[in-house]
Design a protein. Structure first.
Length: 242
């Protein structure tokens, strides 16, 4: 759907269930200092990275994502906020990108690129310097998944919140801060994801791809409301690399 001007991210500030207030708290949990380097792998349009660099004068950021459209949006936002000299955004495969270890690494909702949470945690160890900080965002089950949720996310992959923290510890990290998405943050995220397509459909009812866009949003809404709503949680772990 390359010619469709709106997509599921158009009305989203972040590509995860995250409010402005919680984003501010997460940035604060990083204890950023002048001169530090921040790297975001699977950054999307890098909104949290931009806010982190804005929050901490003297820091510099690198964001890597394979979505060229998202990177373009992020570069435009960086330019509008006067951050082009402090933030570099690259359209590339985050799993193979190599650079010197950063002081702070962010990876939110991207663990699937490394085959799951363990793979992401292990990969980040070489990307964050010893004693540095990792901000990981990943899913967990607040309630046992029903068959619809299982069909969407698979039989394996997520555990409980305690399982997620234990896994991080096993992989060589210590927990500094824990936050989870609220029901309101989840509903706002999913509603905006759907609404961008719904608004496009209202404006383009006769578009050749309207039926496909409608199918995508209907399937997504079914999965959310009849599958994982109230069962799937999302956690933000601020971790120290030991």
């Amino acid at each position: 759907m390359t010619d469709v001007p709106a997509n599921g991210h158009a009305l989203l500030d972040f590509n995860s269930p995250l409010s402005d207030a919680k984003a501010f708290d997460l940035v604060n949990s990083l204890h950023l200092a002048p001169g530090q380097r921040i790297a975001d792998y699977g950054c999307g349009w890098a909104e949290l990275l931009l806010r982190a660099v804005e929050h901490a004068p003297g820091t510099h950021g690198l964001g890597v994502d394979s979505d060229e459209h998202a990177i373009g949006r992020g570069r435009a936002n960086a330019g509008a906020r006067g951050l082009t000299d402090r933030v570099t955004l690259e359209s590339a495969d985050a799993t193979t990108w190599t650079t010197d270890p950063a002081d702070v690494v962010i990876s939110i909702g991207a663990s699937h690129a490394w085959g799951g949470t363990r793979g992401a945690l292990e990969a980040m160890r070489s990307r964050v310097r010893p004693g540095g900080t990792l901000l990981l965002g990943d899913g967990f089950w607040e309630q046992p998944p029903n068959p619809v949720a299982t069909a969407i996310f698979g039989e394996e992959g997520f555990g409980t919140l305690a399982d997620l923290v234990d896994l991080a510890t096993t992989c060589g990290y210590r927990l500094l801060n824990l936050a989870t998405a609220t029901a309101d943050e989840w509903d706002a995220f999913e509603s905006r994801w759907c609404a961008s397509r719904e608004r496009w459909l209202l404006a383009n009812p006769d578009h050749p791809e309207a039926a496909e866009v409608r199918r995508v949003v209907d399937d997504h809404r079914e999965g959310w409301l009849k599958g994982y709503r109230g069962a799937l949680g999302f956690a933000y772990l601020t971790l120290a690399r030991t």
